[in-house]
Design a protein around this ligand. Sequence first.
Ligand code: DAT
Ligand code: MG
Length: 150
Amino acid sequence: MERTFLAIKPDGVQRGLVGTIIQRLEHKGYSLVGLKLMRVTRELAETHYGEHKDKPFFPGLVNFITSGPVVAMVWEGRGVVAACRKLIGATNPLNSEPGTLRGDFGIDVGRNIIHGSDGPETAEREIALWFQTQELVVWEPRLTPWIYEM
Ligand code: DAT
Ligand code: MG
């Protein structure tokens, strides 16, 4: 089964959106396999956002992601990487469609609520960066036959 890495950013936690976000993903039919509330170190933030290190917004991005608690999650299911990107919406919440998490709950690109891996290889790298193997729980969701035809 495919897995993706999602992180509810400090604005999402401060604004009380943790339950809403988890509920949306559960209702979609995906399964949670890893979950932790954590403070992000500068080292982790800089590694996670390494592809953006030369961008003008990089220092602000690192300051923001380390400014408060983050909910780090791994979700599993068919097509979960692309589906979560759709569910999250465009990077700038003003361009995100209504019905997406950023479209419904955000305004500013620097306060866009949630991170999601942008592809399967990125997901593998980010899961390994944020979680130890023993923190991921392998379990058999009983609803599988009600969510997947086969
Ligand atoms: P995404 O989070 O949709 O994958 P990204 O990887 O391009 O977007 O950028 C990572 C984060 O950096 C993004 O969620 C918010 C911030 N960011 C991106 N572009 C920005 C900009 N032009 N100004 C301020 N922050 C920006
Ligand atoms: Mg990205």
